[in-house]
Design a protein around this ligand. Structure first.
Ligand code: COA
Ligand code: AMP
Length: 631
């Protein structure tokens, strides 16, 4: 069956299409139907089925006689470790960790915060929560204590599962002090923290802390607890327009069905094959394609603790693909840009056998044609760009290699996946003609696996995604559909930027900068960067009467963002200006400033308060090496 007929079947008969897909999942009680209208903002999928995610990801494979199959390969160049964990071993470790959590009062529906680097125990933590029906919320290790605290207060976790620290190429990152700091700041206090002590990152345990290995060794294995299909599997916080992150909720039943469907139909992999997503468990790619999808599908997943370059060199991707016989590889374009920058001729690829690799998948940010062509040339493999978001949990648009390999159009993530009726709308919410730019929206209902709401924030969910275009989900991306139905993603319509494949809020950075005593007003924009795609750049207006060297204030501001949001913000560029360009109604013209910085064509907005400011902005950007076109 081809893509078109499957897409049409999902449109004309969503019940039949998704109930068929649901057969690949082991239900404790099968759902009576696919879509359930339960009075929520959007309908829920498989709501009345009873199911357990951990059973589907682990236990069922052992029960089927595949306990000796490798579930996880931990490949960690930063600790010089390679370890294989079979499905049977994983079942034992996860069941005991779940037992250890249950012994400390964690039960179905409780939230558990996970703050861990790329070690197999991070997946064990997620799966142990799923085993109990507890709702996990994983926080990326590059976030600082204050960001962690915001998530603790929103999710109100009963327990925290954390590692003593992580390892970056240039330093170790002690997580425990960050966690302690976050709990100190937060109003909500978890009952217990189960801490994995890592070699070289030993710590002293406090009164709330329990040693991970001791707790697991002493625990009784806990069975899988069935939950309803609409039970939240996890909350994953992502950046929105303001400083408060959005808690994207993933419901259990749809998550399982959709992810398993994607493994066969988008990625074209079979149980037993090796699937590698070089991302981080802190991001949605890590949730879906490091942890859940490969395991639910019975594949081997790779937990890679390292970077594309510098651990130790740009051969790492090729080595891991060759050593572990990876069939499908998924990463962000920025990771390949890093490799290309250090090894443009692919010298480091030599001697590595990539014959088992069938395709390379890219997502997380716009895939630039240069990078795609470079990977194609070097590897001779299909390079598949696909477009998705934390909110959807799987690809909205892709080239479904398992269904039908469509012609690649470089620069386009190809076509909408079954279940996604993607339309491009004008400001009034009317579909536009092919080839015309507009807001990208998806006609409701969204397919299984996508968010049913935001955690404790139904109104924000409706305001952020449903109200602008009634009857549609607003993606926040702008772009177009062409005559062949291929989608082209051009830009965000909000203040979200994408730095090295990481989604960040400029609004959140502005809120932090605004707390500096010398900063009266500020604006943060995303400027183009050859490696990371975008970088944040701040404009600072100083409080009247402040008479200190500007470079000192800039340094303090850079440190403030690093301390409050975290190193992942990569906020290193800022400049002091006298005024900011605004419309007559007071809106800061961030988009125009970004165009000037990138040397792109721009027009003086008709609504601008004082056109002369643009020259000042150009000059200020020039001091940082931007706005070359104006300088
Ligand atoms: N814990 C603590 N700190 C972290 C971290 C983590 N898990 N991840 C990143 N950081 C730190 C980095 O050490 C860096 O700190 P520095 O300012 O002291 O150098 C900072 O956060 C910025 O990190 P990053 O933007 O990732 O830059 P980098 O220079 O370390 O690496 C790339 C650049 C391109 C190699 C890297 O970003 C990469 O591999 N990206 C892939 C993106 C990806 O997986 N995206 C997920 C969606 S698919
Ligand atoms: P995240 O929620 O972190 O996965 O970020 C989602 C956002 O990243 C999307 O809304 C897009 O702006 C951007 N994005 C993700 N994948 C792609 C892609 N393939 N092409 C262009 N932009 C992408």
């Amino acid at each position: 069956m081809g893509w078109k007929s499957e897409w049409e079947r999902a449109q004309s008969d969503p019940e039949g299409f998704w109930m068929d897909a649901a057969r690949s999942i082991d239900w404790d009680a099968a759902p009576t139907k696919a879509l359930h209208d339960q009075g929520g903002p959007v309908p829920e999928w498989f709501a009345d089925g009873m199911v357990n995610t951990c059973h589907n990801a682990v236990d069922r494979h052992v029960a089927a006689g595949n306990g000796d199959r490798t579930a996880i390969i931990y490949d960690s160049p930063v600790t010089d470790t390679v370890r294989h964990i079979t499905y049977a071993q994983l079942q034992d470790r996860v069941a005991r960790l779940a037992g250890a959590m249950a012994a400390r009062g964690v039960t179905k529906g409780d939230r558990v915060l996970i703050y861990m680097p790329m070690v197999p125990e991070a997946l064990e933590a997620m799966l142990a929560c799923a085993r109990l029906g507890a709702i996990h919320s994983v926080v990326f290790g590059g976030f600082a204590a204050a960001e962690l605290a915001v998530r603790i207060d929103d999710a109100q976790p009963k327990a925290v599962l954390a590692a003593s620290g992580g390892i970056e190429p240039n330093r170790t990152v002690p997580y425990k002090p960050l966690l302690d700091g976050a709990i100190e700041i937060a109003s909500h206090k978890p009952d217990v923290c189960i801490i994995l002590e890592r070699p070289g990152l030993e710590i002293e345990l406090g009164p709330r802390d329990v040693d991970w290995e001791e707790a697991v060794a002493a625990a009784d294995p806990h069975p899988c607890v069935p939950v309803r299909g609409d039970h939240p599997a996890y909350i994953l916080y992502t950046s929105g327009t303001t400083g408060a992150p959005k808690g994207v909720v993933r419901a259990t039943g749809g998550h399982l069905v959709a992810l398993d469907w994607t493994m066969s139909n988008i990625y074209g992999v079979k149980p037993g094959e090796v699937y590698w997503a070089a991302s981080d468990v802190g991001w949605v790619v890590g949730h879906s394609y490091i942890c859940y999808a490969p395991l639910v599908h019975g594949c081997t997943t790779i937990v890679f603790e390292g970077k594309p370059v510098g651990t130790p060199d740009p051969s790492t991707f090729w080595r891991v693909i060759s050593d572990h016989k990876v069939a499908a590889f998924f990463t962000a374009p920025t990771a390949f840009r890093a490799v290309k920058r250090e090894d443009p001729d692919g010298t480091f690829m030599k001697g590595h056998d990539l014959s088992g690799l069938r395709a390379i998948y890219l997502a997380g940010e716009r895939a630039d044609p240069d990078t795609i062509q470079w990977i194609q040339r070097l590897t001779g493999k299909p390079v598949i760009d696909h477009w998705w978001q934390t909110e959807t949990g799987w690809a909205i648009a892709a080239n479904p290699m398992g269904l039908e390999e469509l012609p690649v159009k470089i620069g386009s993530p190809s076509v909408p996946m079954p279940g996604y009726d993607v339309q491009v709308l004008d400001d009034g919410g009317h579909p536009v003609a092919p080839g015309t730019l507009g807001a990208i929206a998806v006609k409701l209902p969204l397919p299984p696996g996508t968010l049913p709401t935001l955690w404790n924030a139904r109104e924000r969910f409706e305001k952020s995604y449903l109200n602008t275009f009634p009857g549609y989900y607003e993606t926040g991306d702008a772009g177009m559909l062409d005559e062949d139905g291929y989608l082209w993603i051009m830009a965000r319509t909000d203040d979200v930027i994408n730095v090295a494949g990481h989604r960040l809020s400029t609004g959140a950075m502005e809120e932090v900068l605004g707390t500096h005593p010398d900063v009266a007003e500020c604006a943060v924009i995303g400027v183009a960067d050859a490696l990371k795609g975008q970088l944040p750049l701040g404009f600072l207006i100083l409080t009247a009467g402040v008479d200190r060297p500007h470079d000192e204030i800039v340094k303090e501001c850079v440190k403030l963002v690093r301390d409050k949001i975290g190193p992942v913000a990569a906020f290193k560029l800022a400049v002091v200006v006298d005024r900011l360009p605004k419309t007559r109604s007071g809106k800061i013209l961030r988009g125009v400033m970004a165009k000037i910085a990138d040397g792109a064509e721009w027009k003086m907005p008709a609504t601008i308060d004082d056109p002369a400011i643009m020259d000042e902005i150009g000059t200020a950007l020039g001091t940082l090496g931007y706005a070359k076109a104006m300088a």
